[in-house]
Structure formats: C-alpha cells, structure tokens
Design a protein around this ligand. Structure first.
Ligand SMILES: O=C(O)C(=O)C[C@]1(C(=O)O)C=C[C@@H](O)C=C1
Length: 378
C-alpha cells in the first residue's frame, strides 16, 4: 500500500491540518454532484432528441456544439486545465447525442489509424465508427447514407496536400462540414529490442516521407517497404520472422501490443495533419467559419490575379489557395480556395455571385467552423 492509500486516522479537520479523510469526503460529495448533473443533462438531451424526432430535425448539430465550446472558452475555469475540460465536454456531448440517436461516422484506414484518431477527436467515443480502405469508399458510405459523416485526410504540414481527397471533392455533391488538425508523432515499433537488429521497415509512403531524416541517420542501410496503411505496416512487422519494424502512431502500438522502440521520429517536430469531415448538409454559422470553394479560371494572362483582386475588394480574407490540374486539358488548372466567413454572410454571398458571373465554374465545397487549432493560433 502506498503512503497515500493509508487511512489517515490521526487527523481531523479540527486539528487545523485539514485531514485528508475530510478532504476526500468533500471530493466524494462533489463527485456525486457531478454525476447527478450529468444525469440531468442526459435527460434533457434525450428530451431534445424526442423534440427533434417529432419534427424531423437533424440530431447532430455542429454549430450548436461549437457554441457550447465557444462558451466554455469564455468562462474562467482555473485551476482546471482548459484542454482537459474541452476533452471532457467532447465526451459529454458525444454521450448525450448517443441517447438521442447513435451517430455513424466512416473514416479512412484501419482502426487506430491517424484518421481514426481525428474521428475520435471530432466526434468523441460514443459514436459508431466504420473503417474504410479508400477515400472514395468513405465518400460513398456517406453518399449512400450508411454513415452521417466521413473523415478523410486533406493535408500534411510536411508532405502537402492529399491529392486524392482534393480530386474526390471535385466529383462529389457532399459538403465539407468540419476540419480537425492532429499533431502527428510517428514511432518506430518493433519486437526487436535494439534498433541495430532491425532488418526492414514497413510504413505507409506518407509516413516514410515524414521520417526520411530519421531513417537515413539511424537505419541507413535498412530496406523500407511501402504499405497501404500504418496499421498494415504493424501487422506485417508482427508477422515477419526477422526483427522487422513499422512506423505508426502510439495508438497503433497500444492496439496491436507492439513495443515502441523510438518515439517522435518525424523530421518536423510540429508535424500535423488536417482532416476534413464531410457530410450531406451545411452546418449553420458559428463564431468563426470558413468557406471552401473550387473555381476554374479562363485560360488567359492575369485571370487568376483578377479573381484575387475581386476577393480582396469584397473585404473577404483568402486563407488558402491550392491548384490542381483540371484533368480536362494539359496545363489547365482548378483552384481550391478557403475564404474566411460563412456562405450565409452577406459579403461572401455577394462575392460568390460575382465569381459565378466571371468564372467558367464555381463550386462551393462547404462552410464550416474553423478548427480549434486555428482558433487558438489567432
Ligand atoms: O442542442 C441540441 O440540438 C442537442 O441535440 C443537444 C446536444 C448537447 O448535448 O448539448 C447534443 C447533440 C447536438 O449535436 C448538439 C447539442
């Protein structure tokens, strides 16, 4: 028994030391209050669910959830750590929603993939998650209404855009409903106890690319084998008769019970991946939204710069600009743009009208709340 577990018989609150038994009684009473308040909240959420069911209203409301998180941001919660409070509320909302109607979310990759982690971060754990093996399948699952939402990677801070997701966005009628940013920390996982014993490294090409420096410094002559996912890399490393290693996240190490040989092997310490949440509706406006659009421009000198000037003249902030080959004609491009604001904002509405007049093609990919990470960084 550790000393803290010893019953604190000698002390009482009256001896001035605030005996631990008394403090623990206080904690027990507070815990009961927390549980009782959670019960009350769950009952009210269930009532909201019945109200919505009668009227055919959507159960999961991203803008309402954002409003709740915004309010938490404004209240003083010291000394309780804010990120933990957010985490707890993410789970409370997820649990309350599951009493209204279980939410089904499709995501890319096997369980324990980074996209699975992003899904848990956005929706909490009280949802049903469907693992899909391709980005296309995630979209199809939502299009067929087998899932309410899908989660796919869109961009890595080291490796750039996930082109396959951009291309799929071009084709689909689904809309972007949210974004999640996840810090990506890769680990070298192996049953071999010494890094010098490693015979080969299995990894997804994106993870290999993000750990190039580590591999060339520490495993310069060890062959690397590309896999379809990080989790597949772990499976292959486990099946291998020699001391093979895999690159994957800590969650995969836990799920597959494979030791972590090295942590943080990514070349960029602030390596992050941005994921998109896709759905078939458009979330309502919140305190801070962005609108993603896709435009094609007439193939003539200055066409793109005149579009950019129009955006600026409408006082709309362009926060991202990416180009992709149109795949219709050589050297013909489409542009992906993120605009600060919601498509219901008057400035964005006027701008979109103007762009629709000027560009051969404009598609609104969605309006959705800016991620927690971007909100924090200003
Ligand atoms: O306010 C609602 O519309 C609810 O359904 C309640 C609630 C909540 O628990 O606060 C639950 C799920 C929604 O996504 C948003 C909020």
């Amino acid at each position: 028994m550790s000393s803290i577990d010893q019953p604190d018989k000698g002390k009482s609150p009256s001896d001035g030391s605030g005996g631990i038994a008394h403090l623990r009684q206080k904690i027990d009473a507070i815990d009961l209050q927390i549980v009782s308040l959670l019960q009350d909240r769950a009952r009210v959420a269930h009532e909201v669910g019945l109200y919505k069911k009668e009227r055919g209203l959507p159960f999961h409301v991203i803008s309402r959830e954002q409003e709740i998180f915004d309010r938490l941001d404004r209240i003083d919660i010291a000394p309780f750590p804010r990120p933990v409070l957010k985490h707890i509320f993410r789970e409370i909302l997820s649990a309350c929603l599951s009493l209204e109607e279980p939410l089904v979310v499709a995501y890319l990759g096997p369980p324990a993939s980074y996209t699975h982690q992003a899904t848990l971060k956005f929706f909490g754990t009280s949802t049903r998650h469907l693992s899909m093996s391709t980005v296309r399948e995630v979209f199809l699952c939502v299009e067929r209404k087998e899932a309410a939402y899908g989660v796919v990677p869109i961009e890595n801070s080291t490796e750039g855009m996930v082109n396959y997701t951009l291309d799929t966005l071009v084709e689909t009628d689904l809309k972007i409903n949210g974004e999640v940013v996840l810090p990506i920390h890769h680990c070298l996982l192996s049953r071999g106890e010494d890094i010098r014993q490693i015979t080969k490294v299995f990894a997804h090409p994106q993870s290999l690319a993000q750990c190039r420096g580590f591999l060339s410094n520490h495993l310069p002559h060890v062959p690397t084998i590309e896999t379809t996912s990080n989790t597949r890399a772990v499976e292959l490393a486990l099946q291998d008769e020699t001391h093979a290693a895999a690159i994957a996240g800590e969650m995969a190490a836990e799920v597959y019970n494979i030791p972590v040989l090295r942590r943080h092997i990514e070349d960029q310490p602030d390596n992050q991946t941005r994921f998109l949440v896709i759905g078939d509706g458009v979330p309502g406006p919140t305190s801070r939204d962005q609108t993603s659009i896709m435009v094609s421009v007439i193939d003539r000198v200055g066409a793109l710069s005149s579009i950019l000037q129009i955006i600026a003249s409408h006082q709309v902030n362009l926060t991202r600009l990416e180009s992709r080959p149109s795949k219709k004609k050589a050297w013909d491009y489409i542009f992906f743009m993120d605009l600060a604001g919601h498509q219901k904002d008057p400035a964005i509405q006027t701008l979109l009208g103007k762009l629709q007049d000027l560009c051969p093609y404009v598609k609104i990919l969605g309006s959705y709340p800016v991620s927690e990470e971007k909100r924090k960084s200003g």
